[in-house]
Design a protein around this ligand. Structure first.
Ligand code: F0G
Length: 529
């Protein structure tokens, strides 16, 4: 570091200070598989076992040699990185590879179009933005249909067709303040007025399970349940209603509460009547198959079925966010696969870049796809040759040997989970739960806010206990483990498929020391001196 840089820090200095106070301000100088290296006082490398795994972006480990070699090869042969607005056959190759996986894991029913992006939040926002384009186009199509039907009905009325009174007409008349015995012309006027008001009032809403995390950009942060991240920016984007999806009726009720209709005239041989059509208000229902930042919470088939049924009833698209859970981490390429969850949109990022590059993808079911989106959305780096080719090679590595990586993720995950469950049995007073799927695991601690140790109780009440535990594990045991963003009582473990038995043993020793210290309420040993 230059002498000046030691004095001045303009790169998120406040966060740096917070990390330092928790003992987490460490610079890593090299990375390989599940190890990050820092330098000790003598300048020698010291190995830290990394269970954070780039927050889920290194399923193949840090600096996977096959990908590093391929990256060098691409640069050596002068691959044109930036050629936006030209033909990108390699992007289509990647889309076709993913399509084959979709068909294998989610069923052959339909294809997905692929839109490329740079980050997870951007992939989510592409899904949101596309869903909104689709919603307003469906609305415009509906309005055109209603206008055409009104013209036909008025012509029929002019030819003597009677206006048929029923409940729908009575509701319209009450809302529009129509006089008793109003004619078809007046009814048509009333419909126009009420529809205009209903359309104007119908801002798009998103629905998502409580605990959801979908990124921190202006749009996606509104889908992120954590109020601290979300509420200051509520005025900037469409709103989300968070649903307690584990209550049996909650999803159906939430969908029902948002449903709106438009009135229309319809005519047949009997005469003219007033009918109603669904006004699309819900832009999409958004969910993670395994919630990451909520504390590693896998969904079950029954909850997913309720969500899909309620959305199908209201023709509401489902966005499945696989940014953290996807790319083989849970034992299948898509964590949605064993849940019977087939989204209208699927997002991928993190490990898609093989741990080396930034790459993200939004898949859109072709029956929902609006080609017009391609003319209104782009980004300088999205689909660049370097990142996209590395993403393609990453998918090849995952798919090699009939999916050996997926089997390994399941097996390594089961081994790690068994170790953690053993610790839970040994320390039931400290460990509340071990949950997750494959290599996406949460170690949940009992609340410590009533601890006899003042520092432990304090950290717990401040919602910082998970970070204090992380600081201890790093300082004393060279283990890098961090809590989930919105459930800081949960430590996340997302190592790569290379995690060895010896590394799991090392992890066990460090965790046992931590659990002993918490059992003994030894706050002095937990926090930095
Ligand atoms: N969706 C999910 C499910 C995520 O976990 C994340 C990020 C994002 C979207 C946003 O992706 O960071 O590439 O823009 N999760 C990070 C985390 C922040 O802490 O695990 P991004």
């Amino acid at each position: 570091m230059s002498p000046e840089a030691e004095e001045r820090d303009l790169a998120e200095a406040y966060l740096g200070g917070l990390l330092a106070s928790l003992g987490l301000s460490v610079e890593y100088v090299r990375a390989e598989k599940d190890t990050l290296y820092r330098l000790d006082e003598e300048g020698r490398e010291r190995a830290v076992l990394d269970l954070v795994g780039g927050y889920g972006s290194t399923i193949l480990g840090h600096n996977a040699p096959e990908l590093v070699g391929y990256a060098k090869e691409l640069l050596d042969r002068g691959v044109p990185v930036h050629a936006q607005f030209s033909r990108h056959p390699y992007a289509n190759d990647l889309a076709l590879r993913i399509d084959a996986i979709v068909k294998r894991e989610l069923g052959p029913a339909e294809e997905y179009a692929a839109i490329f992006a740079n980050s997870g939040a951007e992939a989510v926002e592409i899904a949101m933005k596309h869903a909104e384009l689709d919603r307003i186009m469906r609305l415009a199509e509906l309005e055109a249909e209603i206008d055409a039907a009104a013209e036909r009905a008025l012509a029929a009325a002019a030819g003597g067709a009677p206006l048929l009174a029923d409940d729908t007409l009575r509701r319209l008349a009450a809302e529009a303040g129509l006089p008793a015995g109003a004619g078809t012309d007046e009814v048509a006027d009333g419909i126009r007025r009420i529809n205009a008001a209903r359309t104007a009032a119908a801002a798009p809403v998103f629905l998502a399970p409580e605990g959801s995390f979908h990124g921190k950009l202006v749009g996606s942060v509104q889908l992120t349940h954590n109020a601290g991240f979300r509420t200051p920016f509520g005025a900037l984007a469409a709103q989300c209603r968070f649903v307690p999806v584990h209550e049996p009726d909650a999803v159906a009720k939430a969908v029902e509460a948002e449903r709106r209709t438009l009135f229309a005239l319809a005519s047949d041989a009997d005469g003219v009547r007033v009918v109603e059509h669904e006004l699309p208000v819900i832009a999409a229902f958004v969910l993670e198959p395994v919630q990451g930042e909520a504390g590693i919470r896998p969904f079950d088939r029954e909850t997913v079925r309720r969500i899909q049924d309620a959305c199908a009833a209201a023709d509401c698209p489902v966005i499945v966010d696989e940014v953290q859970s996807g790319m083989g981490r849970t034992g299948t390429f898509f964590a949605a696969a064993p849940l019977g969850l087939r989204g209208d949109y699927i997002t991928l990022a993190k490990s898609l870049g093989g741990g080396l590059v930034k790459a993200a993808l939004t898949l859109v079911r072709t029956s929902r796809y609006r080609k017009e989106f391609e003319l209104v959305h782009s980004s300088t780096f999205a689909k660049d040759a370097f990142s996209t080719l590395i993403a393609g090679r990453t998918v090849d590595l995952l798919e090699a040997d009939g999916g050996a990586v997926y089997r390994k993720a399941a097996e390594r995950g089961a081994h790690l989970t068994a170790m953690l469950r053993g610790l839970q049995e040994e320390f039931p007073d400290v460990v509340r739960e071990v949950r997750g799927r494959g290599l996406m695991i949460g170690l949940v601690f009992h609340d410590q806010s009533a601890s006899a140790s003042a520092p432990i109780a304090e950290q717990s009440r401040a919602g910082l206990l998970g970070y204090a535990l992380s600081g201890y594990l790093l300082r004393v045991h060279d283990l890098r483990i961090l809590p989930t963003a919105s459930a800081t009582d949960t430590l996340r473990l997302e190592p790569s498929v290379h995690l060895t038995d010896a590394e799991t043993d090392r992890l066990e020793a460090g965790l046992r020391a931590l659990l002993t210290l918490l059992r003994n309420q030894d706050g002095d040993a937990l926090l930095p001196p």
